[in-house]
Structures are given as structure tokens and as C-alpha cells.
Design a protein around this ligand. Structure first.
Ligand SMILES: C=C(OP(=O)(O)O)C(=O)O
Ligand SMILES: [Mg+2]
Length: 401
């Protein structure tokens, strides 16, 4: 019923104005799915390989499409993704590009869902999925690789942990974003934005902590539920062995100092979430920090794990982190992302489904988060390509998809 009859690929724009891959998958019975690959800026060293969009499309047309059309069923995700892996022939999708692979994989899932008439989250999660919704982590202030001349820490993320519904959580994050704007205006700070729609003022990290703390508390008082905040330190981008550690604007911190610094921040600001607090090769540092504060905060591996079961397995063995970021394009297919989620869940690691800094209006990750009962989703607070996912979550909650 869901035999693939055509796969069409094209270059489209992403939110940074770069070319990315969009895929259409067509099936018997009129099934149709369309999806586009996102793209990172602070990419992990161990991620699957994104090729220039035109090259990824050419390679996929030559090697992958003949293995898909008339050969696999869009309703059978593992069959689709195995064909993509076989067509690629490498262990990092450098053959056809992880951007072609993930776009086709997600488009196939949508085509499979369209034939059955089930919403994508139900097609992916099954009718016996749980009944939870992810808490959205909203990027409020940021710098690092996502904005020049702003904070060293890449993302300050609002975490509306007490929200009674996903829509109230989403509106709370938008209110925190607006509150930070008010505070920046009061302080006479410029209000430019970074790649993900977060404010990117030329302030130091200490001032950003002060402002985000004030804004989350003020909005929590207004809405009447708990809002905490968290960080994506993206520390691999700061780490420089030759410089002796983590290079901040005003100092260099050794690994021990970095662990201490982050642990102190968790305690001082009661942080709910800390992503990539250490370099992507430093399992030991992650384990040390997790031992110190893992009982009170999520220590999350993004560049550390890159949605990869081998790297997550190593982390589980060493006690490094207690949660994993899930970015399908880091690993290439939805099946690979599901494998990482399954391994995480089996080992009581939380999973946080995530956007990339370069995005389109594709909303697949909203469905993926709901399908897998993800405790959190990280997909910005404002900006059209971010609100595409947030509004889809609201529609899912409202049974309107
Ligand atoms: C979303 C992120 O940024 P990028 O897509 O640039 O890796 C991140 O680091 O978590
Ligand atoms: Mg990250």
C-alpha cells in the first residue's frame, strides 16, 4: 500500500539563507510526504556528514533513489532507512549526505502516515504511546557560534517546568523572550538577534544570567507556574587544548575549573538543564559534573553523543551526562534517531528532541518528540521556523493535525 513510486529532491532556502535539501516522497494509494533537512553551525566533530545541497541531491539521485522507487514501502521506516544506509555505503552518510538522507527519511515517514491517515506522531509512536507532552526549552539569549559579539555561552534557555499544558509553556517562553527585551531596553543594550531568534546583546555571561533570572522570575509570577532556565554551553566550541582549556572572553578555565564553574552556576541559579558543559571528547569531565549535580539538573550531551548509539553507550558506561539531545540530521535517519532514543530510555537517560540553528518550517521534530514521549523539546522561542514547530505542538495538543 505504501510502495514508494517517486522521490523528488530540490534545493530550498533555510533560515540562514543557505541552500538545504527538500525531499518529496510519493507512494501508491496517493501517499505524499515532504520534509527538509536542517543544518547546524556549532556542529559536533562526530556528526554524520552534510554535503553541499546540490552535491547531496546529485549523489542521492544517482545512488539512493533507484534503491527506493518501486523497492521499499514508506510505511516501513526501517526498510526505507536501511535502503538509504545501503545506498550510502559509509558509516557517516558522507556518500549521499546526511542532509539528503534525513530529508528522505522524514518525508517517507510523512508519506507513510498520509496513506493510513494517522497523524505523524501517532504513525511514529503508535497508538499506545504515552500521554505526555514535551516541555519546550526556549532560546532567550544567545551568542557563541550563533551570534557574533554576544555571550560566550551559546544559549540561555527558558524551561517552563510547571506549565499545566504545552501551549501555556510555549506562551510563557515567548513572554520571557519579550521580558528580556524590556530589560535590555531599560539597560540601553542593543537588541539584535542570533540565528535562532534569541536576543544577542553585547553583554557578558554574568549580565545575561542576571537578566534571564530576572525575566524568568517575573514571568513565573505573572503566569503562576514555575519557570526555571538552563544553558547550552556548547563548550566544544570554546575548548582549545593549546590555550589550556575553555576560552572565555575574560579568562581561560581548565577542565577542573570548568566543572566547578558549571556546578556553581547550577546551584546558584537552580538551573534545570545544562547541555554540553564540557568538550565533546571529555566523557570524564561530563561524568565528574554529573556526579556533582546530576541529581538536580539535566546534564545533556549534544556534541558529546551526536545522537549516536555507540557514543551514548560509552557515556552510559562512564556515567557521563544523564540525558541526550536528539537531532535526526546528526545521525542521518529517523531509525537511527529512534535507536538512540530507545537506548537512552532503557538506561534512564532523558531525551531532548532538538532543532538546529539552521532550520526550515518543517515540523517533523514536534511529532518525533510527542511520538517518543520526550520530556523536553528544544526548538527556540520565537522566529517563523521555530514557531512552525511550536505551533504544531499546540495543534497536536488540540487534536488538530
Ligand atoms: C541547536 C544547536 O546548534 P547547532 O544546530 O548550530 O549545532 C545546538 O548546539 O544545540
Ligand atoms: Mg547544543
Amino acid at each position: 500500500m505504501t510502495l514508494v513510486t517517486d522521490v523528488r529532491l530540490r534545493r530550498v532556502l533555510d533560515s540562514r539563507g543557505n541552500a538545504t535539501v527538500e525531499a518529496d516522497v510519493l507512494t501508491e494509494e496517493g501517499g505524499f510526504g515532504r520534509a527538509a533537512a536542517p543544518s547546524g553551525a556549532s556542529t559536533g566533530e562526530y556528526e554524520a556528514i552534510e554535503l553541499p545541497a546540490a552535491e547531496a541531491i546529485a549523489k542521492a539521485r544517482e545512488d539512493a533513489i533507484p534503491r527506493l522507487v518501486g523497492e521499499v514501502h514508506a510505511g516501513n521506516q526501517r526498510e526505507v532507512d536501511a535502503a538509504l544506509a545501503a545506498a550510502d555505503g559509509t558509516d557517516d552518510f558522507s556518500g549521499i549526505g546526511a542532509n539528503s538522507a534525513v530529508a528522505i527519511s522524514m518525508a517517507a515517514a510523512k508519506a507513510g502516515a498520509s496513506v493510513t491517515g494517522a497523524p505523524l506522531y501517532q504513525h511514529l509512536g503508535g497508538t499506545f504511546r504515552g500521554n505526555t507532552f514535551p516541555i519546550p526549552l526556549g532560546n532567550i539569549v544567545g551568542g557563541g557560534e550563533h551570534a557574533a559579539d554576544a555571550t560566550d555561552i551559546q544559549e540561555f534557555l527558558a524551561a517552563p517546568v510547571g506549565a499545566p499544558s504545552v501551549s501555556e509553556a510555549i506562551f510563557a517562553n515567548a513572554a520571557v523572550h519579550a521580558k528580556v527585551h524590556d530589560i535590555l531596553i531599560e539597560r540601553d543594550e542593543p537588541c539584535g538577534k542570533g540565528d535562532e531568534g534569541a536576543w544577542a546583546p553585547s553583554i557578558d555571561d554574568a549580565e545575561a544570567f542576571e537578566i534571564v533570572d530576572e525575566a524568568t522570575k517575573a514571568v513565573a509570577d505573572e503566569v503562576g507556574f514555575e519557570i526555571r532556565f538552563g544553558l547550552d554551553v556548547a563548550a566544544a566550541e570554546m575548548y582549545d587544548e593549546d590555550e589550556g582549556g575553555y576560552v572565555y572572553s575574560d579568562q581561560v578555565r581548565s577542565t577542573e575549573e570548568q566543572v566547578e564553574y558549571i556546578a556553581d552556576l547550577v546551584r546558584e541559579y537552580d538551573l534545570k538543564y545544562v547541555e554540553d558543559p564540557l568538550d565533546e571528547d571529555d566523557y570524564e569531565g561530563f561524568a565528574d559534573l554529573t556526579e556533582q549535580v546530576g541529581d538536580r539538573t539535566l546534564v545533556c550531551g549534544d556534541d558529546l553523543f551526536v545522537t549516536n548509539t555507540d557514543r551514548l553507550g560509552e557515556g552510559i558506561q562512564q556515567g557521563a551526562a544523564n540525558s541526550i539531545l536528539i537531532k535526526p540530521n546528526q545521525i542521518g535517519t529517523l531509525s537511527d534517531a529512534f535507536d538512540a532514543i530507545e537506548l537512552a530510555v532503557e538506561n534512564a537517560y532523558g531525551h531532548v528532541v532538538s532543532h538546529r540553528s539552521g532550520e526550515t518550517t518543517d515540523a517533523t521534530i514536534a511529532h518525533l518528540a510527542v511520538a517518543t514521549d520526550a520530556p523536553f523539546i528544544k526548538t527556540g522561542a520565537v522566529a517563523g521556523e521555530r514557531t512552525a514547530k511550536l505551533n504544531e505542538l499546540i495543534r497536536i495538543e488540540d487534536n488538530a493535525v
